[in-house]
Design a protein around this ligand. Structure first.
Ligand SMILES: Cc1cc2nc3c(=O)[nH]c(=O)nc-3n(C[C@H](O)[C@H](O)[C@H](O)COP(=O)(O)OP(=O)(O)OC[C@H]3O[C@@H](n4cnc5c(N)ncnc54)[C@H](O)[C@@H]3O)c2cc1C
Length: 430
């Protein structure tokens, strides 16, 4: 059996970041990836955040296959064929130090794997890890699907993504529930560069994002998105699995529903679908974060439910958790102590970082929306009707119009209901 210092299961952003940080301090490290190459199995919207990526590969933007630097972020609230929009634009985000870029994972993960190899990591592809190997309670390696496929390690880092089969087998996580994952579908639609820049009012090379709330998911808890790539647009939509099943919708129904909205249709007009992808997103939040360590084992990225959906952040949480795990693995190996106590340092550092601080901050949010499904149906309608009345110039005196707006609001939600919703949102989000 070949032995390594660190075995990383999964070649996504979490696993590759873990491998890079362990190899950089001299650990004999291997990444085992079930896909033909890192990236083939992976799906993301996808917006990549500069700060976290820079901490793993300094000045990555000089070489990495990035699509467009994001200079504008829009939020759209849909109600039937109507839409309300808010946007923030900063052209300074088109240059260093940047804030975020759009990427296509199939290209980016492959590049990140190359950086891992440059740091000395061995990458084994087309290989599924089927089990962890134990000596007593201690994780001491992995069993792969290959003949004579057992590999030994002082520390194993579990970065298998949202499908947490091995974390469940290791007794650290519970099987996924339909209430705590979102199913997401995405299409990549080719359009000429100039058309994209015209439609999104961008200078050459710049990028924009649109997050679509309200009726984008037909009132189910979720969100739609449109991101600009170099010569394509990524459009997708995700919703919590439980209401989707309950309402008897397929994920594709959801995407077609979003694409039929007038605001969306216009942006995609004339484009040609190049790819169609689907993936789960862990939405359990802080309360569903599994046990993050045991003797000889650390859990990172989506496997650890490290996803902040409100801010559309997942890749950065994955990369930072991976980086910290790689560092802790290396320190523990050098100190010749991979006990559960030594592995716990990983969790302590994660708690000190934005990763667990942000998840803890939003810990009530999931339950708040789950317990108040009316929010996603009532408010887009209320806001849209209020703005429409306010902007309609039909000779109605403005004082009467304001009364009309108040009446419409109260017809849709009582004063008691409004107070309860505002208080609930304040408790969940602040
Ligand atoms: C549609 C969608 C849109 C998103 N948009 C954004 C966004 O815009 N910005 C953002 O920051 N985040 C976004 N996210 C979240 C982000 O993609 C994830 O948080 C991130 O990819 C997690 O990285 P990971 O390395 O933990 O998991 P993954 O990227 O899923 O990688 C896991 C890897 O492990 C491999 N693997 C699994 N099991 C085994 C096994 N047993 N043996 C060997 N290999 C195995 C898989 O093949 C895969 O390569 C989005 C997610 C989705 C689905």
């Amino acid at each position: 059996m070949e032995n390594f210092d660190v075995i990383v299961i999964g070649g996504g952003p979490a696993g590759l970041s873990a491998a890079i940080s362990a190899a950089q301090v001299g650990m004999k490290t291997v990444v085992i990836e079930r896909g033909d190459y890192p990236g083939t199995k992976n799906v993301m919207g996808g917006i990549l955040y500069t700060k976290a990526t820079d901490m793993v590969v300094p000045e990555f933007w000089k070489e990495a296959p990035l699509e467009r630097p994001i200079i504008e972020q829009r939020i759209a609230m849909l109600n039937g064929d109507e839409s309300i929009m808010a946007a923030y634009r900063d052209p300074a985000w088109a240059s260093e130090p940047y804030n975020a870029h759009s990427i296509l994972r199939v290209k980016f993960d492959r590049w990140l794997a190359l950086q891992a190899e440059k740091a000395g990591v061995m990458i084994i592809t087309e290989t599924l890890v089927e089990n962890l190997l134990y000596k007593g309670d201690n994780v001491v390696g992995v069993r792969t699907g290959r003949a004579e496929g057992d590999l030994g390690a002082k520390v194993v880092i579990l970065a298998e993504g949202v499908n947490n089969f091995l974390a469940v087998k290791a007794g650290l996580a519970k099987p996924l529930k339909a209430e705590s994952v979102a199913i997401t579908v995405k299409e990549i639609i080719a359009l000429p560069k100039e058309t994209i820049e015209d439609r999104f009012c961008l200078d050459e090379g710049q990028g924009a994002t649109i997050e679509l709330y309200g009726d984008s998911t037909a009132g189910m808890m979720g969100v739609g998105f449109i991101y600009t790539n170099k010569d394509s647009i990524s459009i997708g939509v995700g919703a919590i699995l439980a209401p989707l099943i309950h309402n008897n919708w397929t994920p594709n129904d959801l995407l077609e529903y979003l694409k039929s909205k007038p605001y969306v249709k216009r942006l995609l007009h004339g484009g040609e679908t190049k790819e169609y992808l689907s993936h789960l997103i862990p939405e359990g939040g802080y309360t569903q974060v599994p046990k993050l360590h045991r003797q000889g084992l650390l859990v990172v990225g989506d496997t650890a439910m490290l996803m902040n959906s409100l801010n559309r952040e997942g890749s950065n949480l994955a990369m930072i958790s991976g980086k910290i795990a790689g560092e802790v693995a290396a320190e523990s190996i050098k100190a010749d102590d991979v006990s559960d106590q030594a592995m716990m340092v990983y969790e302590t550092r994660l708690r000190d970082s934005f990763v667990l601080k942000d998840l803890h901050h939003y810990r009530h949010m999931g339950k708040f929306f789950e317990n108040n499904p009316h929010l996603l149906r009532a408010y887009p309608k209320i806001f849209s009707n209020a703005v429409k009345l306010y902007l309609t110039a039909d000779g109605t005196p403005k004082k009467e119009r304001q009364k009309e707006i108040m009446k419409m609001v109260l017809q849709n939600r009582s004063i008691g209901g409004l107070t309860k919703d505002i208080y609930g949102a304040w408790r969940a989000l602040l």
